[in-house]
Design a protein around this ligand. Sequence first.
Ligand code: GLN
Length: 269
Amino acid sequence: MSPGDRNSALTIAIVFPDLLGTYGDGGNGIVLARRAAWRGMGVELVQAGSGRPLPSADIYCIGGGEDGPQVRAATSLNEDGTMARAVEQGAVVFGVCAGYQLLGRSFPDSTDRAHDGLGLLDITTRKGTGPRAVGELVATMAPDAPHQAGGAALPRLTGFENHGGVTSVGPSARALARVVRGVGNGGGDGTEGAWSGRVVGTYLHGPVLARNIALADLLLGWAVDPSDSPEPLPPLDDSEETALRTERLRAVERSDRGHVVSRLFRAGR
Ligand code: GLN
């Protein structure tokens, strides 16, 4: 279907789960498909394996992975060209970690050699010089980040990160969020993720859309309603998702208090 055509099924593609399945980010596609189906929409979830042409889809979810598979994924997506064409026609692309980095201009392999990304986001990733960023990540949405249908800002993002790359956001893209806890893009400006049009990238695993259903509904809303002010989607019973989110955010708060207590303890206070 073309994005916004409510009469035919919405197609959600999980891109190269065989290469970029290390962190369970395929769950993002499952979350989107379930939230569409629960609202009575026809939906097709496609596991788009590498080594064959990428299917056309309304939403592409690209997950995190190791450096070698990330290079292979970027090379074949560039050779295939389907995703870039789909973005021109309004498709939604959601990339996580390796899947975020490869949407940009370039990213490094394990030897720090730069490889071409897809150029769908104005971001550049280099190898960090410090320790790998590993742990829970909490970030509040940037003021100019996309808002929920209806106009409210999205609530803060929760997830976990695990990456060596450091990403800078160029002038044609915007940062998605500001880091409250964790590293995020890591370039020293306190930003996390990036977006441009309907292409969104983040360092958050989780799967992030299971922990952040408002973000899931933002992406879904774009795919079902291509207008500049999409209608809010019908509400769902989100009590289980909210409980998960609250539990994860509380765990970070508890460990922050733990860090403070152990710092005070070490300082003899
Ligand atoms: N290989 C990339 C990095 O370390 C991406 C890692 C990931 O996807 N979690 O920066």
